[in-house]
Design a protein around this ligand. Structure first.
Ligand code: SF4
Length: 492
């Protein structure tokens, strides 16, 4: 990490920091003589001992020392956001490289940051991590970490990550494991690139690194490659079509159960939901997924969890809140059949009139079927098409629902991490900068985000009944928990 020193932006009144004369604007340079790299590193250093020697710099450039007896606790400072480490790799299926032109700048920035991997489960190829950074992970116990392995066979890995120096991912993994770091791994699978014998070797190599007592490979997920219609001047990568997905599901579903049995019943090999949705088959039952829903953020088990929650919700008295509601639910083509089934079940149970429409993704290309990449214009088009099909009346539905994942607030930068010069989009904005209030105004009916489940959705519809989704009341009114659903294959 090049950054040295972290700026103090606030000091808690009456805190140890205030007593020590620390002021907003100072820069925390060293703790125990060691350079402070970022917020995570500050947490590690300040909690390491019961007291701490600090070196700080005033805005005028002068430095001063402070000594605090902090009992291994924080000293009462808020530190400036850290900058995300930007990826300089060249993976053949990197989603950012296949983005259409014309979106806002932040969508074209790639993060490859071990801190985000530890804090938020973002996957890193470790290609930007030198040995010093791997040692930092070990020293600060940044465990578990999430690693995109893709292939352990060196030549295949070089082909996938597009970097001739990054064939030996096992050396890096072994350095982490030897240091006691646990690792969740994934392979984004593309036909002819890293399937077949290469995938089998990846599986064998990672399974051999599942250990007890020291650092262990905790899981391996496989995710089908995601390609857009915007791959000009990029290497040829074959997409996962329904036939390939069906074969994969047939071949590997029994293996998931076999590996789970050998892992004390806990699933270790994980198949992303998209294998099943692309194959057009039902996702497996609850026992197919890890007890802790490992790699849910990576699109493993989201559909099953939604189904489980829906089943319970539909039996609950709260479900009657949907009674009589005429609602159009817009979603991506891959999730539409599942959602339509749940909507029909709910309609039968409580007398609601929910309908589902699969919105085509004209922005990224119709091969992109996940809800999280639908743009505002795509959703607008789908809603208008539905209205026309229903006779064109202005009161054709009581409300329109858009996927919360299409309103994600971030693509990489987070509350704690930022990219210099990049504006993170505001709540309620689609990828194409179209906003939810704009969509509602265009459609002329209340338009709300789905949330993560039916319970959230009902909250949103009730909030819309109260007018909470107009103007600035938006942010306070909806469940942000449903906003950061992952993009599955689109987050390699
Ligand atoms: S897929 Fe990830 S690691 Fe690879 S180039 Fe894109 S951002 Fe970087």
């Amino acid at each position: 990490m090049a950054q040295v020193g972290v700026q103090v932006i606030a000091v808690d009144p009456g805190s140890l920091a205030e007593e020590a004369g620390i002021r907003p604007g100072d820069t925390l340079l060293r703790i125990h003589g060691e350079p402070v790299l970022d917020q995570l590193n500050y947490q590690f250093l300040i909690t390491r001992e019961d007291e701490a020697d600090l070196v700080l710099q005033r805005p005028d450039g002068s430095t001063f020392e402070a000594f605090v007896e902090n009992g291994g606790e924080g000293i009462g400072v808020d530190l400036a956001q850290d900058e995300v480490k930007v990826c300089k790799q060249n993976c053949v299926f990197c989603f950012v490289h296949q983005m259409p032109k014309g979106f806002r700048k932040s969508l074209y920035l790639k993060d490859e940051d071990i801190r985000l991997s530890f804090l938020y489960g973002h996957f890193t190829t470790l290609s930007s991590s030198d040995d010093a950074e791997l040692d930092r992970i070990v020293r600060e116990r940044l465990s578990p970490i999430h690693v995109s392995v893709h292939a352990t066979e060196p030549e295949a890995r070089i082909r996938v990550v597009g970097n001739p120096r990054e064939g030996d991912i096992l050396r890096k993994l072994d350095r982490l494991l030897a240091g006691g770091i646990d690792v969740h791994t994934q392979a984004v699978v593309a036909p002819g690139l890293n399937d077949g014998a290469i995938w089998q070797r990846t599986l064998d190599d990672l399974w051999a690194r599942r250990r007890e007592g020291r650092g262990s490979v905790l899981s391996l997920s496989c995710v089908p490659v995601g390609l857009t219609a915007h791959r000009q001047n990029l290497p040829d990568v074959q997409d996962v079509d329904p036939a390939f997905a069906r074969d994969w599901v047939a071949r590997w579903t029994p293996e998931v159960r076999r590996y789970a049995r050998a892992n004390d019943g806990e699933p270790w090999l994980l198949l992303a939901d998209e294998w099943f949705t692309r194959a057009g088959v039902e996702v497996p039952g609850r026992s197919f997924y890890s007890r802790s829903w490992a790699q849910l953020e990576n699109g493993v088990g989201l559909v099953r969890r939604f189904l489980e929650h829906s089943r319970r919700f539909i039996k609950s008295p709260r479900a009657r809140g949907f009674a009589g509601r005429r609602v159009l639910l817009l979603t991506g083509a891959s999730f539409a059949p599942t959602l339509a089934r749940v909507a029909a079940e709910l309609n039968r149970a409580v007398g609601s009139h929910l309908r589902v429409s699969a919105a085509a993704n004209f922005s990224f290309g119709e091969t992109v079927t996940v809800a999280g990449l639908l743009c505002g214009e795509d959703l607008k088009y789908a809603a208008h098409a539905d209205r026309v099909a229903r006779g064109g009346g202005s009161d054709w539905v009581d409300a329109v629902v858009v996927p919360s994942s299409s309103l994600r607030t971030h693509t990489g930068p987070t509350d704690q991490y930022t990219l210099r010069g990049v504006v993170v989009r505001e709540e309620g904005t689609f990828l194409d900068d179209f906003t939810l209030p704009q969509l509602a105004a265009d459609l002329g009916v209340p338009t709300v985000p789905s949330g993560a489940n039916l319970s959230h959705l009902l909250d949103h519809l009730e909030a819309a009944d109260r007018g909470a989704f107009r103007g600035g009341a938006l942010q306070a009114a909806f469940h942000t928990a449903g906003l950061n659903l992952p993009q599955g294959a689109y987050n390699p």
